[in-house]
Ligand binder design. Structure first.
Ligand code: SIN
Ligand code: CO
Length: 376
């Protein structure tokens, strides 16, 4: 992708300009971001997804009228549990549709001018007239693409993010919209994190949310420390705390200073090697979500071309290749080839001709795992 080429998707500005002017800074409304856009999944296809155990879905009912009253249920939903289409004010939200549908995964790929490490999923919502999830804010960036019908979006940058207490959803207590737009199919609205918004279906309506993953310090530190400690167990297993100089104590509940120092040095040791930290980060970022599994493939005798499964997460750094929570050290031509696979999510027969026997071995292994598929 040429990051300086203007895109219709971004209203005629380039990805480079979008990232410096809007990303994480301010909203952008794009009329006809995808001209003549038609929903990629029909209503029955979406409802069918919401029936599956492995698909995360929610049903929200409520109005934002005089008395604020919201209800939320988690899926899976049998067809008869979904309200009638003639009933107003309800929304069905289906998360991670890109994992289940190639057309939606391809739509998400249009946003790959943003690093894969930040892309999360595509959620599709279906609503009847009046439906919505109420005024709220999200902690992630989102592109809201109108797929069918009209949705009225009111948005505002407010400091007061206090919530209505005891609600099953996050509902802003004092929503103060600054802008008010009706989006038609193909229109798109980008919102940075913590921007207040409220989308109300004007009629039967489907909206696609391309959402981003925003790591938080606490979560990230916990994940990395767990992974680093697993790596450290093998090498530092015999590194025992020693206190041969510990005098007898009359205050046994007081923690010994030496033990605190031992704990600090244990943590410092696990952080000392930057490569281990990078490895842990890459493995964490490419870890498939809990509801994802791969069908074990059957690697053919020969690979002519390959493409990554839509569920595969592949990234790299200066020393490693990461795929679905695992890592490999790679250098030279093999690293270049595998990085190409990560960026393009496919390799042609010409590309494969350059692969070493070791790299070919990996590709066969990944085909067996169902992470990679061989082309014609
Ligand atoms: C929706 O699609 O109904 C809600 C999306 C959002 O507000 O984040
Ligand atoms: Co939202």
């Amino acid at each position: 992708m040429h990051v300086t080429t203007p895109l219709t998707l971004l209203g005629g500005i380039s990805p480079a300009e979008f990232m410096t002017t809007y990303w994480q800074r301010k909203p952008l409304l794009v009329r006809q971001a995808i001209p003549e856009f038609k929903p990629l999944l029909s209503r029955p296809e979406l409802f069918e997804l919401a029936q599956k155990n492995e698909v995360e879905s929610r049903l929200v009912m409520g109005t934002n009228g005089g008395q604020r009253d919201w209800q939320m249920q988690r899926g899976p939903f049998k067809r008869r549990a979904i309200p009638k289409l003639t009933e107003r004010d309800w929304t069905l939200l289906v998360q991670g549709v890109d994992l289940h549908d190639d057309r939606v995964a391809d739509l998400m790929a249009q946003f790959r001018f943003i690093p894969d490490a930040r892309l999360d999923d595509v959620m599709i919502s279906y609503a009847t007239q009046g439906g919505g999830v109420g005024p709220h804010f999200d902690s992630y960036d989102v592109f809201l693409l109108q797929a069918h019908g009209q949705r009225r979006w009111r948005i505002g940058r407010q400091k007061d993010l206090s919530l209505v207490p005891d609600m099953p959803l996050k509902i802003l207590a004092n929503f103060k919209p600054e802008f008010d737009w009706v989006l038609n199919p193909g229109d798109m609205l980008y919102l940075p994190p913590r921007y207040a918004h409220d989308g109300i279906a004007q009629d039967e309506c489907m909206t696609y949310s391309v959402g981003f993953r925003v790591p938080q310090t606490g979560d990230l530190a916990r994940e990395l420390l767990v992974r680093l400690s697993e790596g450290a167990e093998d090498t530092a297993g015999c590194d025992l705390y020693k206190d041969s100089m510990q005098p007898a104590v009359s205050n046994p509940a007081e923690m010994p200073q030496g033990l605190t120092e031992f704990a600090v040095s244990a943590l410092q040791k696990s952080l000392k090697d930057p490569k281990s930290l990078q490895r842990a980060l890459g493995e964490y970022l490419t870890e498939p979500k809990a509801n994802v599994w791969f069908e074990i493939g059957d690697a053919p005798n020969q690979l002519r071309s390959v493409r990554l499964d839509r569920r595969s997460k592949m990234m790299y750094d200066a020393h490693h290749i990461f795929l679905n929570g695992e890592s490999w050290r790679a250098g030279g031509k093999d690293a270049a080839l595998l990085r190409q696979l990560a960026n393009q999510r496919a390799l042609s027969s010409n590309d494969l001709a350059k692969a070493s026997p070791e790299a070919m071995g990996l590709l066969f292994e990944w085909c067996d795992d169902g992470w990679l598929h061989s082309g014609a």
